[in-house]
Write a protein that binds this ligand. Structure first.
Ligand SMILES: Cc1cc2nc3c(=O)[nH]c(=O)nc-3n(C[C@H](O)[C@H](O)[C@H](O)COP(=O)(O)OP(=O)(O)OC[C@H]3O[C@@H](n4cnc5c(N)ncnc54)[C@H](O)[C@@H]3O)c2cc1C
Length: 243
């Protein structure tokens, strides 16, 4: 397979999505439309003080035929790559290589889907969900999004609006360190994955698929639950790990 293209991107927009997470709106400097499948990632080549380094970031936006796309970066304590991207000024350029990766979902895949993400692991799932809903996907889709605190719910307004608009989609949050006011799900996402999977199975429309993304511990736990304890076929389980 030929290597993915290399191109320069400019930071054209940035905003704080939650404490510790910065959204970057990047645009190809050559203006060429950026073609990718929802769920894929790009490698950013960063000129760090200790030398050039590459870091992978999932594409958070859905493919729209434009030269632009979004990523969301968690600031890792003492992490040189994420710190560089949190400090990158508007108008600056970096080299990108992509799209890359096989963690994808066709927008009209047609199968019921359980999306499980924690932290910025929700970003490729957001791309898949927006892509699917824009394409008119009618299969049921549930997003289980785990974060530590209520304020860490990235894209909350957008996900709530999508839940209200599309009867086949809903976003649920599980908060591991909730305030006393929180009345939704609590604890680690793996505690809720089985019941949400069974709900999707009960709706009919074919065998559900799992799309899980985040740090290794959570991804491994959810995969093991479905594959080893529930006996789900490996073809129905898709995962991406950040570490
Ligand atoms: C396919 C892929 C897609 C990725 N997509 C994203 C993304 O969309 N957004 C994003 O923020 N990161 C993403 N990452 C992680 C990213 O590539 C870097 O590892 C991260 O930014 C840390 O780099 P650093 O130089 O700051 O820290 P380093 O010094 O390289 O430290 C790396 C350590 O930070 C921890 N870490 C890595 N990513 C995260 C995270 N998201 N949240 C908390 N801790 C983390 C891990 O324990 C890891 O061992 C992705 C990684 C892969 C492999």
């Amino acid at each position: 397979m030929p290597p993915p293209p290399t191109f320069d991107v400019r930071l054209t927009r940035a905003r704080v999505l939650s404490p510790g997470v910065r959204e970057l709106g990047l645009e190809r400097v050559d203006g060429v439309p950026f073609t990718f499948q929802s769920g894929q990632w790009v490698s950013l080549v960063l000129p760090l003080s200790e030398g050039e380094a590459r870091r992978a970031y999932s594409i958070a936006s859905a493919p729209d035929g434009s030269a632009g796309f979004e990523v969301a970066v968690t600031k890792v304590d003492g992490g040189p790559g994420s710190t560089y991207l949190h400090e990158l000024p508007l108008g600056a350029t970096v080299r990108a290589i992509g799209p890359q990766g096989f963690f994808t979902r066709a927008p009209k895949a047609g199968h019921p889907s359980l999306f499980v993400g924690t932290g910025t692991g929700v970003t490729p799932l957001r791309s898949m969900i927006k892509d699917a809903l824009a394409a008119g996907e009618t299969a049921p889709m549930t997003l289980l999004f785990g974060v530590r605190h209520e304020v860490d719910r990235l894209y909350r307004e957008e996900l709530e609006a999508l839940t209200a608009k599309h009867p086949n989609f809903r976003a649920l949050y599980s908060i591991s360190r909730p305030t006393p006011e929180w009345s939704g799900l609590t604890g680690y996402v793996q505690t809720h994955a089985e019941s949400l999977w069974r709900e999707l199975e009960a709706k009919g429309g074919g065998a559900p698929h799992l799309y899980v993304c985040g740090l290794e511990r959570m991804v491994g736990a959810v995969r093991d639950l479905l594959r080893k304890q529930m006996g789900v076929d490996r073809k129905q389980v898709h995962s991406e790990r950040y570490d």
